[in-house]
Each structure stands twice: as C-alpha cells, then as structure tokens.
Design a binder for this molecule. Structure first.
Ligand code: MLT
Length: 261
C-alpha cells in the first residue's frame, strides 16, 4: 500500500464523527449545506480527496484502497476511531473500499448517487483515454463533457449553482483527475462487500440522475441488510446541491438511528 496523503479537511461540530466524501472531480464544498446543518448535532469531517480541492497531488498510482487509506489517516489525525462514512459517487466507491480494507473504522455507511459495480471493459478503456487526454492538456474538455449529465435535465447549466460546480471541477489538479480516472477504471466489484456488511446503511438517489439510475441504486439498497433508499425529487447526480434540504433530511434521519441506539 502507498503512503497516505495528508489531505486538507474541514471539521465542524461535536458528537458522532461523520465523514462526508465528495465524488469525482469535486471537493468538500459540495457538502456545504449538509455540513452546516448536520454539524449542529454531529462532528462533520469533510476532506478534499488526493489531488482534488486543496489537497496535494500525491503518488502516481491511485486505487480505491489508497484513497480510503488517505481518509483513515485523516481520522487518525482527528483522533477518531470509527466514523459513519457518507460517499458521493466516487466517494461511495471509496466507502466500499473502506468496508473491505478498514472495517473497524466504519460505523455506518451512506451511499449517495453511487453503485457497487466495476467499470465495463469499454468504460475502462474510455477512462484510461480520458486520463491520457487530461495529462495531454485536455482537462477542460473532460470536465465540460461531464457538465451535460451532472444535473437534472431541467437545471439551467448557466445558473449560479451549475457554474459553481463547474468551477470546482476546473480547479481539480491535472494529476488528481488522471489518478482518480485510473483508480475508478481499476476498481473491483463491491456487490459482495455490500451484501456481507452488517453496518447500518442508507442509500440516497437523485430521481433524475443521468449517471447512476434510480433502479441501480434501489438494487444496491436491496443488497444491504435493512437499508432505506431515499429517492430525492428535483435532483440529478449532484443531489446534495440540487435538493440540499431533502438530502440533509435523509441523512439526518439515518444519523438519528445511531443516537437512538
Ligand atoms: C462521480 O461523480 O464521482 C463520478 O461520476 C463517478 C464515475 O464516473 O463513476
């Protein structure tokens, strides 16, 4: 395993530790609304993944286990033994890797707009080509093509919200983009990981997600013992910014299960 990166992270609130992991290629600010609301009752830890946001580029070979190890290093720095891991999309892939590699550090999981399946061979080729394109100076093109599918179709791509997310993506470092693309291409099947975990789980889907369908997320929830699946209306893949109040409410209802225990 590679040495862990020292990730930038924001920490707010007190109580049960909850890690909020962003997807590709974003940063911790996508969780701002949830961080504001949830930190009233829990301890929110929101890192920027390796090569994303304010975190450094680190190592040449990224894989989901290494990205999960980076997050465990953040927990160590915070003096946190176990946390609830909430992962958006690629953050969900990392959460599933944490269940495999560091099960003792995971108290519960929230899977947001994500799924357990590996890339198809075609998708893997496409990811590796995108990584090459990014390293050759084509990051802007890769980011722009994502913009078409990130949000619910009705969301105005010129809105302040869409532009804010676009700017976050453009700030991701070239090596961070390429490393994450290659790590996603190589990620293993996590279906069995979810089918065999016993930690509490919640699934949150955007009703109009064009990247991960509601059906795929409902099937993922069926793999998990006792997991609720919340389908959030007026939201696509970026459910936490498109419908922040409903996403926060779903997470809050899940986290309340821990304090009631
Ligand atoms: C993400 O939002 O993290 C990506 O869409 C995940 C992926 O491309 O598989």
């Amino acid at each position: 395993m590679t040495e862990s990166a020292r990730l930038y992270y924001e920490e707010r609130g007190q109580g049960m530790p909850v890690v909020l992991l962003h997807g590709f290629p974003f940063d911790h600010t996508i969780w701002s609304a949830q961080s504001d609301a949830l930190s009233e009752s829990v301890r929110v830890i929101a890192p920027d993944l390796r090569g994303h946001g304010q975190s450094p580029v680190f190592g040449e070979v990224y894989d989901m286990a290494a990205l999960a190890a980076d997050v465990v290093a953040v927990l160590d720095r915070c003096g946190v033994d176990r946390a609830v891991w909430v992962g958006h999309s690629m953050g969900g892939y990392i959460t599933m890797a944490a269940l495999r590699e560091f099960p003792d550090r995971v108290a519960g999981i929230g899977l947001v707009a994500t799924h357990p399946h590996p890339d198809t061979p075609e998708k893997r080729i496409q990811r590796n080509q995108s990584a090459q394109q990014v390293l050759g100076g084509g990051a802007g093109q890769v980011v722009l093509s994502m913009m078409n599918v990130l949000f619910a179709p009705a969301l105005d791509r010129k809105s302040e919200l869409a532009q804010r997310i676009y700017d976050v993506m453009l700030r991701t470092k070239t090596e961070g983009l390429a490393g994450a693309l290659r790590a996603m291409a190589e990620r293993p099947d996590s279906a069995n990981t979810l089918a065999t975990t016993t930690v509490p789980a919640v699934v949150i889907a955007g009703a109009e997600d064009q990247i991960v369908s509601v059906e795929v997320m409902q099937a993922m929830a069926d793999l998990l013992t006792g997991a609720e699946c919340h389908v959030i209306d007026r939201a696509g893949h970026m459910v936490m910014v498109e419908n922040p109040a409903a996403t926060t409410a779903a997470l809050r209802a899940f986290l309340n299960r821990f304090s009631a225990a």
